[in-house]
Design a protein. Sequence first.
Length: 361
Amino acid sequence: MNLRYYTLLKHKEHILYAVCLLSHAICIFLNLHYGFTFIAKYNMGVVLFYGVFILLCSNRHKQFFINLAYTEILFYSLFVTFITGCDFGTTLYNICVIPSLFFFIYSAKTRLLYHVILSSFAAAVTIFMIWFEYARPHALTDFFIPVISAKPDLYRYHLILTTVISVLILLYLAVTTQINLQRAALKTKRHEKELEYIVNHDPLTGLMNRRKFYQHVKKCQEKKLSGTGDYAITIFDIDSFKSVNDIYGHEYGDAVLKNISSEVSALLPKSSWLARWGGEEFIILFENYGQEVLDVLEKIRSAIENTVTVCKDKQIKITLTFGVSSSRENDNADKIIIDADNQLMYGKKNGKNRVVVSKGY
């Protein structure tokens, strides 16, 4: 992930507190300049408040600090409205609070009701402020000083400040939400690939399994039926594999299976597919049919015969027996596989360590 994106997501609470601290710091100078020392002092205290937040905020107390920030923002909006008789744009802060709650406080343990209650309270405070500003109850006229006409510059500057801060917060929420959506999409895609691999591959050898193998067979069968060429199938297994497990143990047997998978895969041409058929049996699909298939199999047989599988302190030598059939004899893939298996059984009964080809090959 891009470092900037990582920073935006990793330190989102600190960014929120820094924005709040900066906005209150600017308000200190505005209020002092225009003679509202009481509000300026309040902002000084809030700046210190957020400074402590930035220093102490941790994942352990994240929700506690967010709740305090939420309360402070709503209180500040009410405070300014009661003191001056005007919201000075602070209703924009309250509007930003609602989506921020869902972004900054997200946890499987946090119930939706929690967000609904806090969002509803923020909406209620905003509606009350709008009503208070325009209705201005007579019973409260002695407790606020209308300043829009007396201090028009302060109103304009404060409104500009709240607008800019609110836009920045909403822009941040939009950007980070988009990043999270992209990450979620990539993660889902990666999981889909992982699941697809698990479904289609043998966990021990990493070779494709029967399900995936039949997909390739189907494509070759379609080519055969369209008259564009024959294909060949080979089934082979490890000679006397049961004795390997009986003498050395299954750990050594697994080592032999993985070594065979690696060795045979390295010797196969690109137009072929190797799969684990089951137990010590493997199957190979050759996209093309001909003498070159038999040459490849003989090369594999000879290479394995001269290869030693090393596992811990043991050196194990094994051989392979192959049964070969092709679509030249059968139009049905299952019949080709059965024929190849029959050739394998014949080879196992007549000496092993050999390549047995169907008569019609």
